[in-house]
Design a protein around this ligand. Structure first.
Ligand code: AMP
Ligand code: MN
Ligand code: MN
Length: 322
């Protein structure tokens, strides 16, 4: 039986002609795949859909119809949806003129329930997996394009089914998405294997200053690195995944310098540890194994504060685990 909230969402979709979907700044594959997957399903149902990522979708050119994604919203809409985002500030300025979202679909345990309807399922490995479950309840169907987008989100957030939250249920969803037309090998190659030359050179800058102490492995990427190498993004080009493959790293950290005295911090933790709380305390959020925050201050100040606190956290969590 369809739950009441799903019925309400279905009715809201049915009565809405123009729908705006947004997701977080520095989008990852779950943000872009969930946004496009839901957007294409709504388009198929005859809706006028605006899909917006403030930082654009250049990294996701392998996703079907990625060029429909815009960097700002225009005109009035009847319904606002936010996907893969735990708090409204992470959307950037996209929602400034639109008020409270009608629907939030997310899997962060730090989600603030900031929508009228909140489909927040922290046990799910990706927002795309939540959408896979709910699209039929909302009167929407899967095309091969929708399936490709949703599987991309799942592959992205699980780093190719490698995270400890991957279970048989998720693999069955992935198998169903393949049956619906998603191309796993192609998604894997585009999303996880192939990297632009500039991104790998950018990794080099970070790797050249890699540090290791007391179970923590970290490095930083500076604005000067990006300028010198001509790396176009404002993210870490997924270098944090390389750091978390270092055997000595119980927690891996990366500090990415941003304009206007801000630093983007990413934490990655081994199974059994939880870095979502520390990220939340620094004004961010995330999951037990992967979390992030945007912190004000210079690179060296932020690094110092975060490393001290993360060391304390690691010590405490190891002590209480016995
Ligand atoms: P990242 O370190 O950016 O790859 O993100 C790891 C996880 O933490 C993802 O699920 C993000 O959505 C979440 N996250 C990252 N930065 C923030 C932030 N500033 N606020 C809330 N959640 C965040
Ligand atoms: Mn995300
Ligand atoms: Mn996600």
């Amino acid at each position: 039986m369809t739950k009441e909230i799903d019925q309400n969402i279905k009715e809201k979709i049915e009565s809405s002609e123009r729908i705006l979907i947004a997701s977080h700044v520095r989008p990852d594959a779950d943000a872009a795949g969930s946004l496009l997957g839901l957007g294409l399903a709504l388009k198929q149902a005859g809706k006028q859909v605006q899909m917006v990522l403030e930082d654009g979708a250049d990294k996701f050119q392998y996703l079907p119809e990625y060029d429909l994604i815009r960097q700002s919203a225009q005109a009035k809409v009847d319904m606002v949806v936010v996907v893969d985002c735990s708090d409204p500030t992470r959307v950037g300025h996209v929602l400034d003129d639109y008020g409270r979202p009608d629907l939030v679909v997310d899997h962060h345990k730090t989600n603030l329930d900031f929508g009228t309807y909140n489909v927040v399922e922290p046990e799910q490995a990706a927002t795309a997996a939540i959408l896979f479950d709910h699209l039929p309840d909302w009167g929407l169907s899967y095309s091969p394009e929708v399936a490709n987008c949703l599987l991309s989100g799942i592959v992205g957030d699980t780093i190719g089914f490698r995270t400890s939250n991957v279970n048989s249920d998720l693999l069955r969803k992935a198998a169903s998405l393949m049956d619906l037309g998603a191309d796993l090998a192609e998604i894997y190659r585009e999303e996880l294997v192939m990297k632009p030359f500039t991104a790998v050179r950018y990794w080099g800058s970070g790797l050249s200053r890699l540090e290791h102490e007391d179970g923590l492995v970290w490095t930083s990427l500076t604005l000067a690195d990006r300028e010198k190498i001509e790396y176009a993004g404002n993210d870490d080009a997924d270098l944090v995944n390389v750091l978390s493959s270092v055997k000595e790293a119980e927690i891996a950290l990366i500090f990415v310098e941003q304009p206007q005295n801000e630093v983007k911090v990413s934490w990655r933790a081994n199974p059994g540890l939880d870095v979502s709380g520390i990220a939340f305390e620094f004004g961010g959020g995330g999951h037990a194994a992967a979390a992030g925050a945007d912190i004000s201050g210079t690179l060296s100040e932020v690094k110092k504060r975060v490393i001290i606190e993360t060391k304390k956290l690691l010590e405490h969590q190891k002590a209480t685990k016995g």
